[in-house]
Design a protein around this ligand. Structure first.
Ligand SMILES: [Zn+2]
Length: 178
């Protein structure tokens, strides 16, 4: 179910970040600009996050100093707790089933990647009432204040909806609910 949903995201999303997803490359990205894809299927919600290292820890080279390593460890801990990144309505009764975080790219991995690194998160939520997911907030911006914008794509059985959220407007309202 989870893999199918990701393939669905890549096929449906016009956004170039999502289109690159099957190759798992770290392409050049825009600093200050992350992406979150959500797919709601039945009582499960699959969430995929991609964010430049510049947004998350302020650098994209492999962590060298103790301070840099601590910054990466702290960021990974925050990213492993997705209920602190996205705020879901309490009445939806969503809980985290799995949360995985990875760092890709960086100067010492592959020459094509021009030193960019990204943090990726993949999350599975199970919800008691997925149709109650009408508004989603993004406290993410408070945790990672270098972020200027997130492209948010939401896919449900009702279709695909795309949003841009920012620190000034960190919430989306679904016009077609699951
Ligand atoms: Zn970069």
């Amino acid at each position: 179910m989870w893999k199918l949903a990701l393939v669905g995201l890549a096929l449906l999303a016009p956004c170039p970040l999502a289109a690159q997803e099957p190759q798992r490359h770290t392409g050049p990205h825009e600093h200050g600009h992350g992406a979150i894809n959500l797919a709601i299927e039945g009582n499960r919600m699959l969430v995929e996050l991609r964010a430049p290292g510049a947004d998350i820890v302020g650098f994209e080279h492999p962590a060298r100093s103790g301070e840099e390593k601590a910054a990466v460890a702290k960021a990974e801990a925050l990213l492993r707790a997705p209920l602190g990144l996205i705020a879901l309505p309490a009445e939806a009764g969503c809980r985290v089933e799995t949360a995985t975080v990875a760092v890709t790219g960086g100067a010492e991995h592959g020459h094509r990647e021009a030193g960019h690194s990204e943090f990726r998160g993949e999350y599975v939520f199970v919800c008691d009432r997925a149709p109650a997911i009408r508004r989603i907030g993004f406290p993410y911006f408070r945790l990672f204040p270098r972020t200027g914008e997130l492209d948010v794509t939401v896919i449900t059985a009702a279709g695909q909806q795309a949003f841009e959220v920012s620190p000034a407007a960190p919430e989306i309202v679904l016009t077609r609910t699951p």
